[in-house]
Design a protein around this ligand. Structure first.
Ligand code: SF4
Ligand code: SF4
Ligand code: SF4
Length: 321
């Protein structure tokens, strides 16, 4: 075990723990853009920098392991100044589109800009103007909003094992996407949506949720998919008691939700699938009835059949006894 101090709090964690993990273990939050606990460490965005006493530079807390006697400050003046510069640089090439962005309310970039008081960029220069990739029925890709955190690339490779997307080009032109700059619909993508779940900004959006409500207007409920025997976990998204979407649980790697599970919710509101059950009346006509009645009757019929079978085969009956 290693002892250290974070923001004046004594912390004891196993050797090999990162500063970020140690801070989180005692409820200290450090902002991150490229980090996700279910993915490999990347250390690219530098939002998680902290001040370690005696160190010349600020350290990326997501990749720096703790050491005995370490003294860490996570919100010192120097750290806050560095984070403001990072946000300023990110906003320099970012559309200020929050008013209509589907991600507002759970976008880390806008949350941190708000928290650190960065209203706009102080840099002037060229901005990207990529066309939207709207080529498939499931995911909308707006690379103008991408902050190159690489979480989608790692989620595709490490959670789904698909490697449908990767980094391309260099410097200012760097972007993530399928090989040869093709639309997603031409790639190996299987639309598992794990990349959408981990994207910290509005660069990737689940098409079925577009314009259906802000994140703070919806409720999420964990459920188990019943479409096949794998029983994947996912979250049903409801707004005003109506199911508007389904979200894969990226934090549960190894069992990403398949397309059938994600899009099966269409059955709920399919007018052809919700016709009530019919019950044959004494006069031979079919009458509508409730599911409770129909299912209750079915149970009774099964029980009667079982009793009938026992009567016809007393040997089976005694075997059972
Ligand atoms: S991605 Fe975030 S910061 Fe960018 S427009 Fe959307 S809400 Fe605003
Ligand atoms: S939807 Fe799944 S397969 Fe497609 S790019 Fe995203 S993570 Fe990869
Ligand atoms: S699309 Fe989203 S997750 Fe992927 S690199 Fe860009 S910001 Fe990160």
């Amino acid at each position: 075990m290693v002892n250290l101090t974070i923001n004046g709090i004594t912390v004891k964690v196993p050797a090999g723990t990162t500063i970020l993990e140690a801070a989180n273990s005692v409820g200290i939050e450090i902002p991150t853009l490229c980090h996700h606990p279910a993915l490999s460490k990347f250390g690219a965005c530098r939002m998680c920098v902290v001040e370690v006493q005696g160190a010349r530079n600020l350290s990326a807390s997501c990749t720096t392991p703790v050491s005995e006697g370490m003294v860490v400050e996570t919100e010192s003046e120097r750290v806050v100044r560095a984070r403001r510069v990072i946000l300023d640089l990110l906003l320099a090439n970012h559309p200020m589109d929050c008013l209509t962005c589907q991600k507002l309310g759970e976008c880390k970039l806008s949350d941190y800009a708000y928290h650190y008081g960065v209203r706009q960029t102080s840099f002037k220069g060229e901005k990207h103007d990529y066309p939207l990739d709207d080529s498939n029925p499931y995911i909308v890709r707006d690379m103008n909003k991408c902050i190159l955190c690489g979480q989608c690339v790692r989620a595709c490779e490490e959670i789904k094992g698909q490697s449908a997307i990767g980094f391309a080009y260099r410097s200012f032109s760097t972007q993530v996407g399928p090989p040869l700059d093709e639309p997603l619909s031409y790639s190996e993508c299987v639309y598992c949506n794990n990349c959408v779940i981990v994207c910290p900004v509005g660069a990737l959006t689940d098409k079925q949720l577009l314009n259906k409500g802000r994140s703070y207007e919806v409720e999420k409920e964990p459920v188990i998919c019943s479409f096949c025997e794998a029983g994947c976990e996912f979250e049903i998204i409801r707004r005003k008691n109506k199911v508007i979407g389904v979200e894969a649980k990226a934090a549960a790697p190894g069992r990403p939700l398949c397309l059938k599970g994600r899009l099966g919710l269409n059955f709920i509101y399919n007018p052809e699938a919700t016709s009530p059950p019919l019950l044959k009346a004494d006069d031979g006509s079919w009458q509508e009835t409730s599911w409770e009645t129909a299912l209750g009757l079915e149970q009774i019929i099964n029980k009667l059949k079982q009793l009938e079978g026992q009567k016809a085969n007393p040997a089976d009956n005694s075997k059972e006894a």
